[in-house]
Design a protein around this ligand. Structure first.
Ligand code: ZN
Length: 831
């Protein structure tokens, strides 16, 4: 059955008005199925018209429309026709649904730590029909009233406030009108912590085996939650509208988090099992703020259709970073945005699949999935940040408040947002939107300089080589005793294709210049050659964190564009990272160096040498006595990049608890990462993996063992992993991901090349296993380092298959773009 088309959704929205859903779930029917009975009351604007309801049952027991039974055998894929509607209708649907193991619909998880069972529902973007019968499109909002039967020792949380729980029977109050993709219920023997803030009841929930972690993390989570609520209440006229505010941490969740009104769901890795870096805490705080911002952007006012996904994600992303920086102790979130998040967006915006921020062209809901990407998040947020700088806070938030007031509990589109901003600001936001929201691609801001004999600038020009206007700061520096000293900065507005002189930096005696210093612009930068040389000599001495982040991101961009030798990037890392003070920069640079520069672009002896450079840098950071977060980030990289007899002996010592760097320990995840490294090097066997697994069973052990087994270099181990990866329903989404992650960690070159070709022969099959599995395999198993003409040709053949789902096609196309970049880097620099 094809996915819902926009044209169908438009017709249905014009026809129907949903009064409300009453959903009753029976969660006591065993490990495979649950009961789902839905009563939908809805109006129809054209009595006599036909429509259809969405549902994906295992078995459809009964469907009754206005007292008349419908023929259940008429269910066509995930649609049941509703003939001859009246002005007011009642539809009753009784069905049995399948539990999911892929995080799509009602996911069921058995905790390996204690065999307790947990469930949670993911309904976005078009999965609600796997849980209850509904009109599954964002602009048919309705109150949802949930009742459920569950084992007596379970706790349930959902969007609505709990009214009653008695002997396993649960009742929740009707929600405010919400879109179907925002429904959730979380169930199981949960461990919970409660609080209240400003009259709003707060709850934190996790599975029982994470009780200690939840208790440990609860104070910080509540602190961020309270600060974020306060700040949003300052910014918005409308108070938080959805009653209680629950935050549940669930296993095997596919995304970072999901903004279900009143009941946000997070992946439970965010309840850190072992020591976390400050960067990880900061990211988590940002996600807490992001999801809360969605209560307004997305939940209270929802995009009419998925082509305006940015109205949800770009705003939540921008506010997530901003609110965390403004109102929590994590004041440095924009550094992470610059060095980590924006790269995701720049990459996306330079691929063949790039699209405008607004109006991403989604025609069917199957295409909606592919736009949860670096453009809808990072680029959209960056562009909005520039808009706020241009309009000022007062006009921006006045516009937003008018927009909320006009569309409360309803839906909106780009034009509604622009209209509100135009009124509040009196500025020409429509031209701005045409340039920034309706186009795609990244502009380049290039600096051109002239200098006197002492190296001081005598002229500086910034050229906008792109098609959009930019507001950007240009930073001017001198190098004094080998250290970078800022001497001046100038804000410039540069129109498309224009050149702007920056005399202020010349007057201040600057020697070198950084375009987009402060990172307000969405643009690639190119420094003049002497400025870049100065950066390579003094990068770590630049005082400002965001400036260093911009320069490290720039270096990454140069590598991807085949303008900087991978060895040059590694040299920059070895020279400057040991003095780095910001853990998110350490983590990002070591990660990019190991997985991208070494793991993709280098081969053979150069790869071995490159990995050794990463390992040396990580060990230098460990020895250097930096912050706990920096040392932890370095320790992780040291574990993952260990090679050679001496380092392997050291790694074995760490695994035995000997010689650990001061103040650090191996948590379960890092322990398994170390074991996976040994497995890949052939220094661990199946018996040892089984023994480790038996030692401390649990979620991390299960994933770790799967990764280790796939990482074993032996032919039989690769064949077994491959078989598992391509057997539908063999394992859960997360175990599949762990197996795929381990697969390419070892293997002789000929074997890897063979599997790379086989990947493209088989990957089309994944489309039948749903979007999540297709994306997991398409991403985690893509042979990213096999940049040979044969493999690229095989990728192109696979992409020519018209049967690929939109999600899989996007994945393969994007990874193939990256593979071509690797080929270009190798052509330019060898390796
Ligand atoms: Zn979001």
């Amino acid at each position: 059955m094809p996915a819902l088309q926009r044209s169908e959704a438009t017709v249905r929205a014009r026809l129907l008005e949903v009064r409300g859903y009453t959903v009753d779930l029976d969660l006591t029917r065993g490990p495979d199925r649950f009961g789902s009975t839905t009563l939908i009351r809805f109006g129809c604007a054209e009595p006599g018209a036909d429509s259809f309801v969405d549902l994906e049952p295992e078995t459809l027991r009964r469907a009754v429309l206005n007292g008349q039974p419908l023929d259940v055998s008429a269910l066509d894929g995930n649609r049941l026709a509703l003939p001859g509607l009246r002005a007011e209708n009642e539809l009753l649907v009784e069905a049995e649904m399948r539990y999911s193991r892929t995080g799509e619909g009602l996911h069921r998880y058995t905790d390996p730590a204690d065999d307790a069972v947990y469930l949670y529902a993911t309904c976005g973007p078009d999965l609600a029909a796997k849980v209850f019968a509904c009109f599954d499109q964002p602009d048919l909002k309705a109150p949802i009233t949930l009742t459920a039967t569950a084992p007596e020792d379970w706790t349930l949380v959902s969007n609505g406030t709990r009214v009653k729980s008695d002997g396993g029977h649960w009742e929740f109050a009707a929600t405010k009108p919400i879109s179907t993709y925002l429904f959730t219920v979380v169930a199981g023997p949960l461990h919970s912590v409660f609080a209240e803030h400003d009259g709003i009841p707060l709850g934190l929930h996790a599975r029982r085996s994470l009780a200690a972690e939840l208790d440990r993390e609860a104070p910080e989570l509540f602190e961020v939650t309270r600060a974020s609520l306060d700040r949003l209440h300052e910014l918005f006229d409308e108070r938080y509208p959805f009653g209680d505010y629950h935050q549940a941490f669930v296993p095997e969740f596919n995304w970072g988090a999901m903004e279900n009104p009143g009941c946000v769901v997070f992946r439970d890795e965010m309840l850190f099992r072992s020591a976390a870096t400050e960067a990880e805490r900061e990211r988590r705080a940002m996600v807490v703020c992001h999801e809360m911002a969605h209560m307004w952007f997305g939940d209270l006012v929802t995009m009419r259709w998925w082509d305006d996904l940015w109205l949800n994600e770009s705003f939540a992303e921008m506010l997530g970073y901003r609110i965390a920086a403004e109102s929590t102790r994590f004041t440095g979130t924009w550094t992470g945005f610059s060095v980590q998040r924006k790269g995701w967006g720049y990459d996306a915006d330079q691929r063949g699949s790039t699209h405008p921020v607004a109006g991403n062209g989604t025609r069917s809901v199957a295409e909606a999935m592919v736009n949860f990407d670096g453009i809808s998040y990072a680029k959209g947020a960056s562009v909005l940040r520039q808009l706020v700088a241009w309009l000022g806070d007062d006009a921006f938030f006045a516009g937003l408040n008018a927009y909320f007031a006009d569309h409360l509990y309803g839906n909106a589109e780009l034009a509604d947002f622009l209209g509100a901003l135009a009124t509040s600001s009196g500025r020409d936001v429509h031209s701005w939107a045409d340039a920034w929201l309706r186009t795609s691609g990244v502009d380049t801001l290039r600096a051109e300089a002239e200098r006197d004999a002492d190296g001081t600038l005598t002229a500086l020009t910034v050229v906008n080589e792109g098609e959009r206007p930019h507001l950007a700061r240009i930073g001017g520096y001198r190098t004094v005793d080998g250290r970078a000293v800022p001497v001046a900065a100038a804000e410039v507005e540069i129109g498309p294709g224009r050149r702007v002189a920056v005399p202020a930096l010349v007057a201040a005696g600057a020697q070198w210049a950084v375009p987009n210093d402060g990172d307000l612009a969405w643009a690639k930068i190119r420094l003049d050659a002497d400025s870049w040389r100065a950066v390579t000599e003094s990068l770590s001495s630049v005082q400002d964190d965001v400036t260093r982040a911009v320069l490290w991101e720039h270096a990454r961009d140069l590598v991807r564009d085949a303008e900087l030798d991978p060895a040059g990037y590694l040299a920059l890392m070895e020279r400057h990272l040991p003095a780095e003070r910001c853990d998110v920069i350490v983590e990002t640079v070591l990660g990019f160096a190991r997985t991208h520069v070494v793991g993709r672009h280098l081969t053979g002896a150069a790869r071995t040498a490159g990995l050794a450079a990463v390992s040396r840098t990580a060990r230098a950071l460990l020895a250097d006595g930096g912050s706990q977060g920096i040392r932890l980030a370095a320790f992780r990289a040291a574990v993952e990049s260990s090679g050679g007899d001496e380092q392997l002996a050291e790694l074995n010592g760490w695994l035995a608890g000997e010689g650990l760097p001061a103040g650090l320990s191996l948590g379960a995840e890092l322990r398994w990462a170390g074991l996976a490294r040994l497995a890949a090097l052939g220094a661990l066997d199946e018996d040892a993996i089984a023994a480790e697994l038996a030692l401390a069973p649990g979620t991390e052990a299960e994933y770790g063992a799967a990764r280790c087994r796939a990482a074993l270099p032996a032919d039989e181990a690769k064949a077994a992993a491959w078989h598992l990866l391509f057997t539908p329903d063999a394992v859960s989404n997360r175990l599949l991901e762990a197996t795929a992650r381990g697969f390419w960690a070892s293997g002789d070159p000929a074997g890897r090349a063979r599997y790379a070709l086989r990947f493209f022969e088989r990957i089309g099959e994944a489309a039948e296993r749903g979007d999540i599995i297709a994306q997991l395999l398409g991403q985690a198993l893509y042979p990213v380092d096999q940049a040979t003409p044969e493999v690229i040709a095989a990728a192109e053949t696979a992409l020519a298959d018209p049967a690929l789902s939109p999600a899989l096609r996007r994945n393969l196309a994007d990874s193939t773009d990256d593979l071509r970049r690797t080929r270009a880097v190798r052509a330019a620099f060898g390796g």
